[in-house]
Design a protein around this ligand. Sequence first.
Ligand code: ZN
Length: 294
Amino acid sequence: MLFLLVSGAAVPHTVAAAVLEGEHCSIEFDNADRESAELVRGFVDGSWDEVARSVGADTQIAPVRVKIAGSLAQFREFAGGHDERWIVGLASGSGSLIVLKPPRLVRDPLKSFRQTVRHELTHIMLSRASNLQNMPRWLNEGIAMRVSGEMTKTSEWIIGRAVLRRAVIPLDELDERFPAAHERASLAYAESLKAVNYIVDNYGDEALLKLIRSLRDEDFDTALAATIGLDIHTLSGRWVKSVRKSPYVVTLIAGSFSLWLMTVVAIVAFLRKRKLARRKRWEWEMEELLGDDL
Ligand SMILES: [Zn+2]
């Protein structure tokens, strides 16, 4: 999930218990994770050409080294300052190393191991097809999520809630670092995916590939203007407008209005019932008083 802008040499090296060689990967793992290593080899080799084509990378590029962390402590060692529990994978900025938590160390059973591998592999391919120093973090993550098929539905709801709460994070605030807290980080990832989808939906796959290529030699503002003719603030504004019109957001707004209406109706009904009950009690009291007089 996380992409570390560090060189491969900066990542500490530990002696792995076993190594599994694939056509495009070399996987280091502890013996407890042999099954996971076999899965990773299948995912990397099986996805290699498709992921490379998705980002315009050469399919003949050098193999990738994959390290499956044997423990959470070992993963933290590789993750440097990042020890958030929700992080399940890392890719080095040098484009040569992927570090993964095996499924047995991932608490959330919904996390898909295959999607995580494709996500990190996309980061590796992007680092080879483009210049990540010129690529904003939201674009890098959004492409990885689009290629891996992550959060396709949940992102709609996450962003829908953020729109209702006026909590959408402007894209230009997601240039380098994402929020550390899980909820805000999820929103940052969801926004990244939606922004990339917005570019593809409105300007086509070729525009995204051209943008990735342009970033090899140009800064982001220049590459974006040359590719789709917009600056980041205009793109961000149009994207947020499009999000507000999405069926999920409309449903959420309608749901909120319905809930608000139901609450008002319930309060009015309660007040009316209480008023009638008071009147009844008063009538009973009157009857009792009258009865006493009789
Ligand atoms: Zn990532």
